[in-house]
Design a protein around this ligand. Sequence first.
Ligand code: FE2
Ligand code: FE2
Length: 267
Amino acid sequence: MKIAILSDIHEGLNRKRTQNEIMAVLNKWMETNRPDVFMISGDMTAGPDKSLALLNKLQNDFAKTKILFVHGNHDVYYEDSKVANEKLLQFPGNLGNGPVELNEDWVVIGDGGWYDYSFQIEGYTEEQFRIGTFNDFTWPDKQYAHWPGSDGEETDRYVEKLENWLKEYHGKNIIMVTHVVPFKKYLQLKGDPSWDFFNAMMGSERFGELALKYGVKKYIFGHIHTRYHEHYNGIEIICNPLGYYPHEWHHQTAEEEIFSAIKVIEI
Ligand SMILES: [Fe+2]
Ligand SMILES: [Fe+2]
């Protein structure tokens, strides 16, 4: 079974910046490669309505490929992120609806997740992370995502939900997926507080703890726009974002970048 993996497509922003139809490029890749599963681990574009429309179109265009999705922070940019999340759950392949059994051995368990400042650097208060401003830059989620609970409460909600599913499937080969980062190892510590401060908003070590506790075989995430594929703590780790054009891209054209970025694994 071929599983294609990509996150952080940021369709709107990359389409505008590159003047290229990102989804047409993705479709072209799909036509030639036809994976059994396509895992999109968050930040499809900004806002739930657009993300949902893109996901539905992709699934309709490629009925034989199972499109799986977890929401990213950008997908829930909306006046009420809870409502945004509910809209995104209308997509059948949204893992927030429940685990997806790929075959007798493998199950995919995931949801977008959120952050609880457990990746914070020292020297700042909870309140400073809640406000999310360093010098003149404010973390965009603070302006565009509006959850009913605090960041910590929303993270708790995801941890609880994921743990219930992990318990249920304990013993199976589990692929765990979140948009946010599960292990501190995958943060970039630059020694520059104007960057490192925002690591607090990258994820939660609690997702990593769950992965270890329930012995997941593979962990797929995104959010941090750096690509990783390695083994860590006995888990195959895959973080495979497209990221923002131009500074996070390695090629000049959308086709070269997208075609080279998409990772395919076999189970
Ligand atoms: Fe992103
Ligand atoms: Fe993100």
